[in-house]
Design a protein around this ligand. Structure first.
Ligand SMILES: Nc1nc2c(c(=O)[nH]1)N[C@H]1C(S)=C(S)[C@@H](COP(=O)(O)OP(=O)(O)OC[C@H]3O[C@@H](n4cnc5c(N)ncnc54)[C@H](O)[C@@H]3O)O[C@H]1N2
Ligand code: MOO
Length: 402
């Protein structure tokens, strides 16, 4: 059987994956980590007036430069207030950080450089350059300035900037909706009392977490038994819910009970690729149902999560318009590894840091049913198809797991 090379599969999955055109308006507190769908322009000027940057005395520049100058204090202004008069020669106004500069003044002498001679009189101890300690109107931005470009991921500083520009809400790219369907007669939800032959359905939880980490919204449609009608009913539900991506779990292989391909095709999916030269995850399936992408994940728990990390996450990131890069690192092998066969191998490994270097030690047991080993793995050693045997201490590539 020909297996699709992993790079080819990834290219085909991502080739036409663009940010969804749908957008929504969200309150600023909900906008962290979202992607901006429309540019943000300043609705106001900041600061809107010449403002004091320090606590001190607002003076005319001509009066500020001479130590020993005595100035009479004609009033006071704090942030939020305004001073009604004008500062003349030989005068000053007590001022606090953030307050608008009174008319006539263009300089602030910080209070540390002043001696209060009497309640109405100060003496300058140090000269201050004209214009110092003043933030000119529009120093940060001017009404109409483009502040944040469309497509930007909204982080803490962009949220404060948008707020400062007087936007209570922002227009962001819709999160891709992922519908998850588990398949298998043997599966029961966590917390169930199991009958003979039954196991707990675990894959959806990790896959959903990876999808959310990539910026998606998740609709977990539960478990369909191994019947065409039951699987088809959940696929129809996913389509009706507006899913952008339908993820099935299990039933992707070649057994008599592996019905996913048949059902998805019956519901209108055109298959793109199926069966990849990778381990775990060989039976991965990808197709399109109109604009909906369908990913058939293998049932083995480790395979479903490794395939989600390698395929689902980048796809969802693209659809959501967010940057994505796998966290690949170079490490030293902590043990010898045998030569690889034709499948790209993702080997569960313990990751330690030793003298500033990463050391990746493969676990002895690599069965793709073993979640405990995966959970103990800080990363996956990536072994290219037909890689020769490697000795302990040799450099290797590791896909770090978050
Ligand atoms: N003759 C062949 N048999 C198999 C092949 C093959 O190429 N030829 N491939 C093997 C590989 S590799 C994998 S991976 C599995 C995947 O097969 P399916 O996608 O059809 O998965 P199932 O058969 O439905 O389940 C496999 C295994 O995983 C358990 N499972 C399924 N869903 C879940 C879930 N949601 N949570 C937890 N565990 C789940 C299921 O009970 C089985 O034990 O096929 C090999 N066989
Ligand atoms: O994907 Mo399967 O887990 O390669 O064994």
């Amino acid at each position: 059987m020909t297996l699709v090379p992993l790079e080819t599969a990834l290219e085909r999955l991502l080739e036409d994956a663009r940010p969804l055109s749908a957008s929504e308006s969200v309150a600023l507190h909900e906008a962290y980590g979202r992607v901006l769908a429309e540019p943000v322009a300043a609705l106001r000027t900041q600061p809107p007036f010449d403002a004091s940057a320090m606590d001190g005395y607002a003076v005319r520049g001509a009066d500020a430069g001479v130590a020993g100058n005595r100035l009479s204090v004609i009033g006071e202004v704090a942030a939020g207030g305004t001073f009604p008069g004008t500062v003349g020669a030989g005068e000053c106004v007590r001022i606090f950080t953030g307050a608008p500069l009174p008319a006539g003044a263009d300089t602030v002498v910080i209070q540390e450089d002043v001696t209060v001679v009497s309640p109405g009189m100060v003496e300058l101890r140090e000269p201050t350059r004209a214009g110092r300690n003043v933030r000119g109107a529009g120093l940060d931005f001017v009404e109409g300035d483009l502040l944040i470009d469309k497509g930007q991921l909204l982080g803490p500083s962009s949220l404060s900037l948008a707020a400062s520009a007087n936007h209570p809400r922002l227009c962001v790219v819709k999160r891709p909706l992922v519908a998850i369907i588990a398949t298998g007669d043997e599966l029961r939800a966590p917390g169930s009392t199991l009958g003979p032959g039954q196991i707990i359905s675990s894959n959806a939880y990790g896959v959903a977490a990876l999808a959310r980490a990539a910026g998606a919204e998740v609709l977990d449609l539960g478990i369909a038994p191994d019947s065409r009608d039951a699987i088809a009913a959940l696929v129809k539900k996913a389509v009706a819910a507006g899913a952008d991506v339908i993820v099935t779990l299990g039933g992707a292989s070649v057994g008599d009970h592996d019905l996913v391909h048949e059902v998805l095709t019956g519901e209108g999916m055109t298959l793109d690729f199926w069966k990849i030269a990778m381990r775990p995850g060989k039976p991965l399936m990808f197709g399109r149902m109109g604009d909906i992408r369908c990913i058939g994940l293998p049932g083995n728990p480790v395979a479903s999560l490794v395939c989600s990390q390698l395929f689902l996450k980048p796809l969802l990131a693209r659809l959501g318009g967010r940057p994505f890069r796998q966290d690949m690192r170079t490490a030293r092998l902590g043990a010898r590894m045998p030569a690889n066969d034709r499948r790209q191998d993702y080997v569960r490994a313990r990751i330690d840091e030793l003298d500033g270097e990463l050391v990746a030690t493969p676990f002895d047991l690599q069965d793709s049913s073993m979640l405990r080993v995966l959970a103990a793995s800080g990363g996956l050693i990536v072994r290219a198809p037909f890689a020769p045997a490697s000795d302990a201490g040799e450099a290797c590539q590791v896909l770090m797991l978050g």
